[in-house]
Write a protein that binds this ligand. Structure first.
Ligand code: ZN
Length: 455
């Protein structure tokens, strides 16, 4: 087995139980696991490979992104959808998304992951809920494996079209029996329950306004018949979302979620902007997780999620950039900064969020929400997923009194090194698993084709 020594780290952010930040730090890695953490002086001096960071880099656990729709990378900034709130934004984009192809799923996955990885992400979940033109989750899984990311793909779904009172056009929804059959096939083909798994499946009916209560129930039963298969959906995103639940189910979103078996430690919901105090208490009692998507919530004017209250209640909260059509970026470091700032805006209090709490949501919080105890911190026995950022950059000039907080307060948007499962995926700021220039060119070409087919 190969060993790697990362030494002379300016500040090593461990996120361990004592939240140690080690100056002159070092990591000793064997194969894909962390074997030792300490100062450069304490750790072994030799290894098969040595990365000397010359006391010029900060190292922290790889960030975890728990909500995204990679395919939307092809439909960013569509003029007709720039000034819409959630339901109209969706109704404008569904007909364009109906042009998605297998190639588009594959390529957009690579593009979105390139953006995420370069901005610090080492573990990602993606929610693919639209499958026109024979699109399959397999195409996304292949692309993610080629990129080298730790991946929790969601077999998303929509089954209630406009003719049944749902929001999406009938042309982009699937039959529920087909959804469940494909979900089972994917779990059996790809799901790895083991510690240090690189791929775990998630079942993810899209939202209360696009699937039936039956599909929610059946998906939960299916997921729970396998170990470590997660459950994910959108919930309480804005006021219209609440109104839809009240009018169609006679229940608040949290009561609806409870009635279909969608509260629990294996469940996490995106947004939860409009959760009531009672709902938050229920989430806390049941261990249900939340993905906070600050940019998307601002962009769609959905409101500001009560994250401070959620954290105080002990809810597991993580960060997600959400789909690239409602962000319209996929930069995770920037999303951490937004979460930090927006919490202060909501509460009008400076103690609503600290920089370190924001980083914690993106590391330990993400790991907890995905049900993982092998990522999110840099300690002996954890997966070797970490990022390194050069402190010698314009954004950090004059900010080195506290380099950890500076990562959040200053506008740092790119990492210099990223290791995932012990493998170097970003080397001196460059992705090692894809040629970025060609990828951008192909993405622009395909985006034009998909959008022009409809406009
Ligand atoms: Zn979403």
């Amino acid at each position: 087995m190969a060993t790697l020594l990362v030494k002379n780290i300016h500040t090593l952010v461990t996120m361990d139980a004592n939240r140690r930040e080690i100056t002159q730090g070092a990591l000793y890695i064997r194969d894909h696991l962390i074997e030792q953490v300490g100062t450069t002086e304490e750790l072994p001096q030799t290894a098969d490979e040595i990365l000397d960071l010359h006391n010029q880099y900060i190292v922290l656990p790889g960030l975890v992104n728990t909500h995204h729709h990679f395919y939307q990378t092809l439909t960013r900034v569509i003029p007709a959808a720039q000034n819409c709130t959630l339901f109209n934004w969706l109704k404008t984009l569904y007909p364009i998304w109906a042009n998605l192809t297998a190639d588009a799923v594959y390529l957009s996955t690579k593009m979105a992951l390139a953006e995420l990885i370069l901005s610090g992400c080492t573990t990602a979940s993606d929610h693919l809920y639209i499958y026109p033109n024979n699109c399959r989750l397999d195409d996304q899984i292949q692309a993610a494996q080629e990129m080298g990311v730790r991946f929790h793909p969601c077999r998303g779904s929509m089954s209630v079209g406009t003719s049944l009172g749902g929001l999406p056009p009938d042309s982009v929804v699937e039959k529920e029996a087909d959804i469940l059959k494909d979900s089972q096939r994917l779990i059996e083909q790809y799901h790895d329950r083991d510690r240090y798994s690189m791929l775990r499946l998630v079942l993810a009916p899209c939202s209360p306004f696009s699937v039936s209560p039956d599909l929610m129930k059946e998906s939960a039963i299916l997921a729970r018949s396998y170990p470590k298969v997660g459950l994910h959906s959108h919930l309480a995103e804005n006021q219209s979302d609440i109104t839809y639940s009240l009018e169609n189910f006679g229940m608040t979103p949290e009561d609806y979620a409870e009635s279909v078996g969608w509260l629990g430690e294996d469940v996490w919901h995106a947004h939860c902007v409009q959760l009531s105090e009672t709902a938050m208490q229920k989430f806390a009692q049941t261990g249900t997780g939340v993905t906070h998507c600050p940019c998307s919530n601002m962009r769609l004017a959905s409101g500001i999620a009560p994250i401070r209250r959620m954290l105080d209640l002990g809810i597991s909260v993580s960060i997600g950039v959400d789909g690239s059509a409602s962000n319209d970026s996929g930069n995770l470091l920037q999303e951490v900064r937004m979460a930090f700032l927006l919490a202060r805006v909501r509460e009008c209090k400076v103690d609503a969020m600290t920089a370190r709490e924001a980083l914690e949501m993106a590391t330990l919080g993400g790991a907890r929400v995905l049900g993982r105890d092998d990522i999110g911190s840099l300690e002996k026995g954890m997966a070797a997923d970490f990022i390194a950022i050069n402190l010698d950059r314009p954004q950090l000039a004059g900010a080195l009194h506290d380099p950890v907080a500076a990562l959040v307060l200053c506008q740092v948007d790119r990492v210099d090194y990223s290791f995932i499962h012990g493998k170097k995926i970003v080397d001196q700021g460059q992705l090692t698993t894809v040629e970025l220039e060609t990828l951008v060119e192909k993405t622009n070409h395909l985006a034009r084709k998909i959008v022009d087919a409809i406009i």
